[in-house]
Write a protein that binds this ligand. Structure first.
Ligand SMILES: Cc1ncc(COP(=O)(O)O)c(C=O)c1O
Length: 368
């Protein structure tokens, strides 16, 4: 089976984790702190705070910025659930905004229209690893005094106009789930240049304690362990190679599939460096996406749909509000997108084989 995503684990990763296991110091400590320093350096931000997962990173970013009851937060309708659920968990109201269909990221003009007096923050999502046009988003939010929290869960290593995402707003959330650019098993981080935000996240991730057993506010246990951080640190050391590998494999798909009619390929805007966390295509025709997925599965190729249900149709998000005009594009996207296998462990011949099967599907459809 050619997997759609898979973590890339080397002997060095195993040795790094083993060293921590043998040390007997497993909870967050010196390795976690080193991971935070190296991540901050890589991102070009002043602070990176490691937490238990990307969802915690989003939630704690909002809490640290003081987002809460009575506030509205603008989020795209087409994204992973946690982008909006964390807004509700923080006590605020997510306002769902439609996406544009070239990059599947939030539509800046619709974002602008969705502002009200209660809008406190915007959460642009660098979906699939393609950056949002952050110039437009920060300008729109800045004019209205709203915070920008980048949901960079899928985009570690992506760049907007030569700057890495994660340092372009007030705070950013990263995920180190096994399908992401680098993994810690489960894990996440908040990146920020604002010392107060970093400080608040550190406090909230660990029971609101400044000193051990001295609690100044209510918090949670959302810490990363040193076992996880050892894996993250080891992965971070070869992130450039892993990203380059993803990009090289994506280029093969783009070449191989460029002439297939009925398929729209991912774009990379001139100002963007795509991290290709996912290689997601648009399959034209009613029901064709699901037929292609089945066709590939029968040939030992796994695919996935990111995402089959837009946020405005998620029962758990009934507390969210739809912005005006939301969300025909998101609806359409949920019916047509399909992620093809892409991860650093794939070989060129795997990608050629997937491409061959995709072309075969469209050829048989054309002659049918
Ligand atoms: C866009 C987006 N936001 C947030 C998250 C949440 O991250 P985690 O799964 O680490 O909690 C994910 C993870 O898949 C994601 O893709």
């Amino acid at each position: 089976m050619i997997r759609v995503s898979s973590p890339h684990i080397t002997d060095e990763d195993v040795e790094a984790v083993t060293r921590v296991l043998r040390s007997g110091m497993l909870a967050f400590g010196p390795v976690g702190e080193e991971f935070e320093r190296e991540l901050a350096r890589y991102l070009g931000v002043r602070h990176a705070v490691a937490v238990s997962n990307g969802t915690a990173a989003l939630y704690l970013s909002l809490k640290a910025l003081g987002v809460g009851p009575g506030d509205e937060v603008l989020v795209p309708d087409f994204t992973f659930f946690a982008t909006a659920s964390t807004v509700l968990l923080a006590g605020a109201t997510p306002v769902l905004v439609d996406v544009e269909l070239e990059t599947y990221t939030v539509d800046p003009s619709q974002l602008e229209e969705a502002f009200t007096d209660r809008t406190r923050a915007v959460v642009p999502v660098h979906l699939y690893g393609h950056p949002v046009d952050m110039e437009q988003v920060t300008k729109i939010a800045g004019e209205r005094d709203a915070y920008v929290v980048e949901d960079s869960a899928q985009a570690l290593g992506a760049e907007f106009r030569g700057r890495r995402v994660g340092g372009l707003g007030h705070a950013a959330a990263f995920s180190f789930y096994p399908t992401k650019t680098i993994t810690t098993g489960e894990g996440g981080a908040v990146a920020t240049d604002d010392e107060r935000v970093a400080d608040a996240v550190k406090l909230l991730r660990s029971h609101g304690q400044r000193q051990r057993y001295h609690h100044v506010e209510l918090g949670w246990n959302l810490r990363m362990s040193d076992v996880q951080a050892a894996l993250g640190l080891s992965q971070l050391r070869r992130i450039d190679r892993m990203l380059e590998r993803r990009r090289a494999l994506a280029r093969i798909y783009l070449e191989e599939l460029s002439t297939v009619s009925g398929l729209r390929l991912p774009v990379e805007k001139p100002w963007a460096r795509h991290a290709y966390n996912l290689f997601t295509v648009w399959v034209e025709g009613e029901g064709a996406r699901d037929r292609l997925a089945l066709f590939l599965r029968e040939r030992g190729i796994e695919t996935a749909v990111h995402y089959p249900v837009p946020l405005h149709r998620q029962p758990a998000l009934s507390g969210a509000r739809r912005a005006r005009g939301c969300c025909p594009n998101s609806e359409e996207a949920s019916r047509h997108v399909l992620s093809l296998p892409l991860h650093p462990g794939l070989s060129e011949s795997d990608v050629l084989e997937v491409s061959r099967c995709v072309k075969e599907f469209f050829k048989s459809r054309g002659s049918a």
